[in-house]
Design a protein around this ligand. Sequence first.
Ligand code: 9WN
Length: 445
Amino acid sequence: MATHTGVAPPALAASAAYILRGNDIGTLTTAAPRLYPHLWSWDAAFVAIGLATVSVPRAIAELRTLLGAQWTTGMLPHIVFGPDEGYFPGPDVWGATTPSGARTSGICQPPVHAIAVRRVLDAGRRNGGADRDLAERFAAETFDRWLAWHRWLATARDPRGRGLLEIYHGWESGMDNSPRWDAAYAAVRPREDLLRGRARRDLEHVADARQRPTDEEYRRYLWLVHQMKEAGYDDDAVRETVDFRMTDVFMSAIAALASDVLAEIGDELGRRAEATELRALAERFRGGVLSTVSPDTGLARDEDVRTGLRLDAPTIGGFAPLLCGGDPRVFSRQLALFTGPEWCGHPDLRYALPPSTAPGHAGFSSRTYWRGPQWPFMNWLLYWTLHRAGEVDLAMSLRAEGLRQLGDLAFGEYYEPMTGEALGSAHQSWTAAVALDWLIVPPAG
Ligand code: 9WN
């Protein structure tokens, strides 16, 4: 098998490992060398999945760094800052330090981490010997920490038990400027220009500013951070005061999936009561996600909690039911849509992979971040989940196309869907990580 540029799998794997090694600053793997010189929560999970293919101990160290910054509430913060001062908004803006002394942001990201624990455990068992012991000890020692994270989400972020997680910043979704959030952001009116006199460091590291959110968007992002900081990052106070309050259907589906995965780990550890609790959570989130599916479009929808309005933007977020399952009819309708001409089967796509926003939609922009480009880590997440759900052919096609896309060895943050051009940051860690997993771990493994 060769990629589109003829790169042989060993060369691609070696390059991916080289990228991860290069981004490793000892305690953490930066999400990207220049644009993102710190640890990001959901990136760290995918990074650990990739690292597990070359070093189980190093994968564990990555997850331990994240856990070392866990808040006493159970929240895993979306950024754990390293020593580099080259990111804005940095620790001075967030003003959040944990009792353990970790400098963090004050918000979270989707809870994909149990999948990483599963993958690390499996890698340890495949290798045997010291790796097996280490991975099993790690899973047993940290199980309660992951559980605390899921419990925090279930209480602080789903206060009414609807099975839908609330977010208070688009950054929490990990899909920052997706059209999913346009309407909610339009209602955010910053009362101070917190960008004035501050440099957008992110724009220094991309070829073209159009690949990133606009200044107008950044003013709103900073205003929300300001509001949360003013509320002392207190969960109840933030919920009541912040100008952005949305349910995130994709994050909720990830919570369902990851709760099931953590329950399976709980079973293996003999933690039966906790496994039962996690399965009930998975059921709750699955029910929440399914309750939002539009009978017209077949896509799941986010909701503005303040107005009760459901949002119909056709984005990758609408495919949340593909991650959590639960209703065979919804699932097969989504599969048809996903592989059809509006999405992966769109005739103009260079690779049959899901764009972040449907081409043709008013909010679509082929080079702009979450408004159109394809994201390799997302392709991996869907590959892994669909394989687990028994959709092996589709999963293997995502894997093959995903690897062809990465044959340019750029390890881009995201890709222009029509031309295949790498955009955003080069040498993005989670992109390298998923390439390694695809190349090294047997698909059923
Ligand atoms: C803000 C690190 C992160 C990803 C997100 C992605 C982007 C940050 C930014 O980069 O967000 O959190 O500065 O743009 O949207 O999904 O975790 O790779």
